[in-house]
Ligand binder design. Structure first.
Ligand SMILES: O=C(CO)[C@H](O)[C@H](O)COP(=O)(O)O
Ligand SMILES: [Fe+2]
Length: 219
């Protein structure tokens, strides 16, 4: 499967969001970071804004919830028009039940891990999810450096998926750039979130194409 590039609008201009959504039209999904100032020390946007982005965007929405009580809120983001909702393993009481609920609504369900959270407890459960999100920076802010120590976690997840034959995607979020994407693809990820690398580039479409090419060449 070719690499998917999901630009994060965390690095977009929130006052010119429609313009900045148009700029990433050649990407695969738009990555929307929802933060509640409790699960992470930052606050971004919530249901009303996600609902409006879903109405305006030509790309499907890849919603990354960095919020507490995912069991309560994740289904609301499905109803708001997301194509994919990813919640943190550290913020749910019942990950499999929540994934089943999201999937029953016809959307993709993802589970995310902070850099320090081990993947081992999830390995046998991966077929229950459409995507595993391996955070490669501490969640909360864009523009941080990729944590190299997360690469073994991606390799372990890829090995488990290859063994089980499950079609679960592996997404990487944090510090993805032309410098890091090759190593990440080689480790087994196939979905790449990039915020500052895409929106900080002089030519956004060219950056998306370059990241996709580098990932495909390394996979
Ligand atoms: O979830 C996130 C932060 O918690 C963002 O998606 C991520 O940081 C993207 O930013 P960048 O590509 O600049 O690292
Ligand atoms: Fe994110």
């Amino acid at each position: 499967m070719p690499a998917l590039i999901n630009p994060s609008i965390l690095s977009a201009d929130f006052v010119n969001l429609e313009r900045d959504l148009r700029a990433i039209a050649t990407a695969d999904f738009v990555h929307v970071d929802v933060m509640d100032n409790h699960f992470v020390p930052n606050l971004t946007l919530g249901l009303p804004v996600v609902t409006r982005i879903a109405e305006v965007s030509t790309l499907p929405l890849d919603v990354h919830l960095m919020i507490e009580d995912a069991d309560r809120w994740a289904p609301e983001y499905a109803a708001a028009g997301a194509a994919s909702v990813t919640f943190h393993a550290e913020a749910t009481q019942a990950p499999v039940r929540l994934a089943r609920e999201l999937r029953s609504r016809g959307i993709r369900a993802g589970i995310a891990l902070r850099p320090a959270s081990p993947v081992e407890p999830l390995l046998d459960l991966l077929p229950e999810f459409d995507m595993l999100l391996v955070m490669t920076v501490e969640p909360g802010f864009g523009g941080q450096s990729f944590i190299e120590g997360t690469l073994p976690k991606i390799r372990r997840a890829r090995a488990a998926l290859d063994e089980s034959g499950a079609a679960t995607w592996i997404q990487v979020d944090g510090g993805v750039s032309r410098d890091t994407i090759g190593r990440i693809a080689q480790a087994g990820a196939n979905v790449f979130v990039a915020g500052s690398a895409v929106y900080g580039a002089p030519d956004v479409a060219a950056e998306i194409a370059a990241l996709r090419d580098l990932a495909d060449a390394a996979a």
